[in-house]
Design a protein around this ligand. Structure first.
Ligand code: F6R
Length: 242
């Protein structure tokens, strides 16, 4: 992977937003792969600014979120559908119908993974996939042990990931037990991967992803299998790199 070390999240956000603007300018119906969580927020903000200032037409831009919780009530403010609407679709001015999130409704969940894969394929695949990484090394919600060939499916969240995400809920017990996530195989089909990480807590996962052996026990290491992966990190997240 290409490693870019930046001063802070704002610099990272600006760089990635510039790359996305270039993509959209050349391909007005570009397909973006969207991560949730805290890491990409500066990117989404920088992108919204550029779109507004330069009056970029984004009405044709399509998007696919990485993952969703299973079993939250429809419209729950911390569902990734709600987060993607609030942090991405609205500020960027995307067309809501063109931005998909895996369906975490337990009714019909057995088809949801297959349907999502079919929708990504029908869209012609993801052009640029934004990725965060969990302390456990997960990308999407592919926790350690996930097959490197996996496709979108239901998974169980690990205890550390539920603890990390408890900050978004009233009580740690409110964090769902299950999620539906693009697989590692799904993620690897995107044409460009951009993995972002900031802060000391991510340093071991970044080192394992970039320099460790490619292994299902460190899902982030799958990026080493990809011909076009960019890793954008601050000094703290880069601190365990050789
Ligand atoms: C989010 C996702 C996760 C997060 C990861 C890091 O859609 O798939 O892999 O990217 O948990 O989360 P933050 O950015 O909140 O540290």
């Amino acid at each position: 992977a290409e490693i870019v070390i930046v001063r802070d999240e704002q610099e990272a956000g600006g760089l990635i937003a510039d790359a996305i603007v270039a993509l959209i300018t050349g391909k007005p119906d570009a397909v973006l792969g969207l991560a949730t969580g805290s890491t990409p927020l500066a990117t989404y903000r920088a992108l919204a600014e550029r779109i507004g200032e330069r009056r970029i037409d984004v009405r044709g831009v399509r998007g696919f979120a990485l993952d969703e919780y299973v079993g939250l009530p429809a419209g729950h403010p911390e569902s990734y559908r709600a987060v993607i609407t609030r942090e991405v679709v609205e500020p960027l001015g995307l067309t809501p119908e063109l931005v998909r999130v895996p369906n975490g409704d337990p009714t019909g969940i057995e088809h949801a993974g297959r349907d999502y894969e079919a929708a990504i394929t029908a869209a012609g695949g993801v052009d640029l996939q934004i990725l965060g990484i969990g302390r456990t090394g997960h990308i999407g919600f592919n926790e350690p042990g996930s097959s490197l060939a996996s496709l979108t499916r239901v998974k169980t969240l690990t205890a550390p990931t539920r603890a990390d995400n408890a900050r978004f809920f009233d009580s740690p017990d409110d964090v769902p037990m299950h999620c539906i996530t693009q697989g590692i195989g799904t993620i690897l089909r995107a044409r460009h991967l951009v993995l972002l990480a900031f802060g000391e807590a991510k340093a071991p996962a970044v080192a394992a992803a970039v320099e460790g052996p490619v292994s299902a026990s460190q899902p982030g290491s799958a990026i080493q299998l990809h011909p076009h992966a960019t890793v954008v990190v601050d000094e703290a997240a880069a601190s365990r790199l050789e």
